[in-house]
Design a protein around this ligand. Structure first.
Ligand SMILES: Nc1ncnc2c1ncn2[C@@H]1O[C@H](COP(=O)(O)OP(=O)(O)OP(=O)(O)O)[C@@H](O)[C@H]1O
Ligand SMILES: [Mg+2]
Length: 471
């Protein structure tokens, strides 16, 4: 079997190849560099590069969320607040609850507050409304309009004309003609009021169609307007078959989450589900480590390191294990069929913070792969391929690096159509990559990103004002 350089690089972990003489192919001017597959690498570590574990512990927390989903499916409103420190498993828990009821007739829509998008008003609601209308992240204007009009038409029937201008300007679809006239003389305050009122009707319509759960992720980063809008929507849980699920790091008594909690406790206590994630118990952390290494037995010194360092934080457990693997402190002993520690265990220093671990993790990447990760981090937690490639030096190297980053589970594809977009798998990875860029270099890259946006999206710049301000 013959493969090209990209495939070779991607399959390199599992197979061995030898280079052959370049060959000429019809339709290509340059000769192609090809490799012949010669064999399979027999190394069990391969399987563990992508660390995954079934959910460990969290039975009560999961049950609480699943009960909430069941209530919504029955037609009762619920508010679920899932709080806990970074990496404790909030997003995972919400995903597990959804999965546990994947057959339920509940329509789930997710909006995410992105750290970089703090300046973008209503960011998470824009995401929800666009997803609901099946509008992809970077869909051209006419196609977006068509989809949006159709969806709002379905929800509102003959009342659609009245709400369309406000919903459209919320999601950033430029208005023309009669709808534009309608809102032309509204000042910012009146516009804000209309958007609030219209969103409330919109969510009520969604819930009238079928039970719906709106998931708000990373609410500690919510912009002011989104935080206020969500508070405005809370009373709907009293009358509609609506679930509002908010995942957030704790914000210590001030800010969007604290306000939301206060209001929910005061006005909707009977419908409120509060899930506060605390660190995993020691035994659960050990179980998690065993799951990640796909084994039932782990050397006791590794157990000790995991329990002591990770302090019950699942994300931290993953990173500790990854570091031990990457640095060869634990290896799979083929003869004995189990993991054993090496001398390296005593030599390496495991950082005391998740951030420190992640910086070390990024540091261990190959230079070109690392470079792409950092570059992407300047664009944001989510980044369009087109924008990244405008900033990257070399297209083929970029593709290889992106494939590698996906393989390592550092980034994921967010959408493919009509345009490829990736997202950092975890906000903490994004932060660490971003923080690892020198300040001066960061400024230069922001300037380049801003220029690239202006060049690539010249026709629809108003949609990017928030992002541009960030750069
Ligand atoms: N109970 C668990 N069992 C197994 N794996 C878990 C568990 N909880 C979390 N994880 C894993 O730990 C990692 C971090 O979890 P997650 O992303 O859900 O954290 P988070 O609380 O949402 O963090 P953030 O505040 O940064 O958004 C993920 O890879 C997740 O799959
Ligand atoms: Mg999360």
């Amino acid at each position: 079997m013959l493969v090209g350089p990209i495939t070779r690089r991607l399959a390199d972990r599992a197979f061995t190849f030898t280079p052959l003489e370049p060959i000429r192919v019809k339709g290509k001017t340059a000769p192609l560099v090809v490799f012949k597959l010669v064999g399979l690498r027999a190394s069990p570590e391969i399987a563990t590069v992508r660390l995954r574990s079934p959910l460990v512990g969290r039975a009560a927390e999961l049950a609480a969320l699943v009960e909430g989903l069941d209530a919504v499916a029955r037609g009762e409103g619920r508010i679920a607040l899932v709080t806990g420190d970074a990496g404790l498993g909030k997003s995972r828990l919400v995903a597990e609850a959804k999965r546990a009821r994947s057959e339920a007739p509940v329509y789930a829509l997710e909006g995410r507050a992105l750290s970089i998008a703090q300046g973008i008003s209503y960011g998470p609601f824009i995401e929800i409304a666009k997803r609901d209308a099946s509008i992809a992240e970077d869909e051209p204007e006419t196609a977006s309009w068509e989809k949006f009009e159709r969806r709002i038409g379905t929800l509102f029937g003959h009342e659609a004309d009245g709400v369309l201008p406000f919903l459209a300007s919320l999601v950033g679809l430029p208005l023309h003609g009669a709808p534009a006239e309608r809102i032309r003389y509204l000042d910012a305050h009146a516009m804000g009021q209309q958007i609030f009122a219209t969103m409330r009707r919109y969510v009520a319509r969604l819930a009238a169609e079928r039970p719906v759960v709106l998931i708000f992720e990373d609410w500690h980063w919510a912009d002011e307007s989104s935080a206020a809008l969500l508070e405005h929507l809370l009373p709907l849980v009293e009358t509609e078959r609506l679930g509002i699920c908010v995942a957030s790091r704790p914000d210590h008594g001030e800010g969007a989450v604290a306000r939301l909690r206060e209001r929910a406790r005061r006005d909707h206590a009977a419908r409120l589900i509060e899930v506060r994630l605390t660190p995993l118990a020691g035994a659960d952390s050990e179980q998690l480590a065993r799951n990640l290494l796909s084994t039932s037995r782990i050397p006791s010194d590794v157990d000790a390191v995991v329990v002591e360092k990770a302090e019950g934080n699942p994300f931290f457990v993953e990173e500790v294990i990854r570091m031990l693997l990457d640095l060869g402190a634990i290896v799979f002993d083929k003869q004995r069929g189990e993991w054993r520690t090496t001398d390296a265990l005593d030599r390496i220093t495991i950082p005391d913070t998740v951030q420190g671990l992640l910086v070390a993790h990024i540091d261990r990447l190959e230079d070109d792969v690392k470079g792409v990760l950092k570059l992407a981090s300047v664009i944001g937690r989510a980044f369009l391929y087109r924008l990244l490639s405008a900033l990257a030096a070399e297209a083929e190297a970029l593709d290889v690096a992106l494939a590698e980053l996906r393989h390592l589970d550092l980034i994921r594809e967010r959408t493919r159509t009509p345009e490829l977009e990736y997202v950092f798998k975890h906000a903490l990875i994004h932060d660490a990559a971003y923080e690892s860029i020198l300040l001066q270099r960061r400024r230069e890259l922001h300037a380049l990103a801003g220029e690239a946006i202006e060049r690539l999206f010249a026709a629809r710049l108003e949609e990017f004002y928030g992002v541009l301000a960030y750069h």
